[in-house]
Design a protein around this ligand. Structure first.
Ligand code: GMT
Length: 379
């Protein structure tokens, strides 16, 4: 086996959201060091819009038929996996997010076996596939089964690994490989004109980015900002969109903070906003890793977070920011004011960047490469 040039199939969700971003960036990183990467999904992944000699994209076409109220995506995906593995001669399939990718991979593997083809499958657990959706009785048996049937399983944090063992009957080792970031892309850029437009009187700038789902507790972001704003001049930028956005806009109107809060909606170049930020807020109810916080840290932005899930493994309390109990607005307000104090802010910014460097893609990618090797060898 030539481990310097592996052929890897990556299956992921192509939409906004951490698991798809991590999968795409992983594939790009693998391609850069000479591996051949085949993405298999239903839509062009959002950060894969350029040409590279080692990257391929195979679209799953989901045929509709009047009989189907919901077209069976897993079957179309499994069939596509079979053909890509077979004709592109893949060495390994790496599926991100258990549902339904791990079970579709199991089916593809069984089909290929009948044709005399062995394909090792690695499943990476990202969070909600375990903590929210996977636990639901409507999916649990399939999730348990397909994790146990994978040839390798990784989780993006120690906490997620523990949760998975705690809830599911898992018979195999789960390896923790944390998420990563490309520090060449995520770095503080000079955007003074932008800062001046948002904070004309040199106000402190707080930022939150998310998909505005309930687990993100965006109302805590707004409440903390409201409290901080009573004490110091400050502005808040909210990036992203989702089911909670309307309710959050209403809350701002009720609190009378509309002049100081801006909803930017979905944005590709979040690093531009992060480049002018002084504090990033992540008060989530659940969070297996917190990729958005890592993106902020890479742009030298300290993080004020909750203690949910794997966040404390990333955000070092008192060093790169602070970690508070979920929903503790008072503590969050005090800590925010402490970080934003000019006597403390530069140190927090420096520490945030130093911590982000530990998660640079160049440090994490080798873990995946050797995990692939180990999995191929033991299959
Ligand atoms: O958090 C989301 O809403 C998106 C979700 C996903 O599946 O894309 O993110 C999960 O995976 C990310 C990448 O591994 C992690 O950084 C997030 O913490 C995790 N979200 C949750 O656990 C809620």
């Amino acid at each position: 086996e030539n481990y310097l040039h592996m052929k890897i199939g990556i299956v992921c969700y192509p939409t906004f959201g951490g698991s798809g971003v991590v999968a795409t960036e992983l594939g790009k990183g693998l391609a850069k060091i000479g591996h051949e990467v085949h993405f298999i999904t239903y839509k062009q992944p959002s950060r894969l819009d350029f040409f590279s000699e080692n990257l391929y994209y195979h679209e799953v076409d989901i045929k509709s038929y009047p009989l189907f109220e919901h077209a069976p995506y897993e079957l179309a995906l499994a069939s596509k996996m079979v053909s890509v593995v077979k004709y592109e001669k893949l060495d390994l399939l790496h599926v991100h997010y258990a549902i339904p990718h791990a079970s579709a991979a199991y089916m593809a593997k069984q089909i290929l076996k009948t044709q005399g083809i062995q394909i090792p499958v690695v499943t990476t657990l990202h969070g909600t596939d375990i903590t929210l959706v996977g636990k639901d009785p409507s999916y649990e048996p399939v999730v348990t089964f397909s994790i146990n049937q994978s040839d390798g399983v990784t989780a993006v944090s120690e906490d997620l690994r523990k949760e998975t063992y705690g809830f599911f009957d898992i018979q195999r080792e789960i390896e923790v490989i944390p998420n990563f970031i490309d520090l060449d892309r995520f770095k503080r850029q000079k955007k003074e004109h932008f800062k001046l437009a948002i904070c004309p009187n040199d106000e402190k700038l707080m930022v939150h980015t998310s998909n505005f789902r309930k687990v993100k507790r965006v109302e805590d972001v707004i409440q903390v900002f409201y409290e901080v704003r009573k004490e110091i001049p400050a502005k808040l930028l909210l990036v992203g969109d989702g089911p909670e956005r309307d309710r959050m806009e209403r809350l701002c109107r009720e609190l009378g903070t509309c002049d100081d809060v801006r909803f930017l909606g979905k944005l590709d170049a979040v690093e531009e906003v992060l480049s002018v930020a002084d504090l990033f807020l992540m008060p989530s109810e659940k969070e297996s890793f917190g990729l958005a916080a890592l993106e902020a840290m890479a742009c030298e932005v300290p993080v004020l977070s909750s203690n949910a899930g794997g966040i404390p493994e990333l955000n070092v309390d008192g060093v790169t920011g602070f970690v508070c109990n979920i929903g503790d607005i008072q503590a969050m307000k005090d800590k925010a004011l402490f970080i934003l104090d000019d006597a403390n802010l530069p140190t927090f910014k420096e520490n945030a960047l130093a911590r982000a460097k530990e998660f640079d893609i160049s440090n994490i990618l080798p873990h995946y490469v050797s995990y692939y090797q180990k999995t191929i060898e033991s299959t």
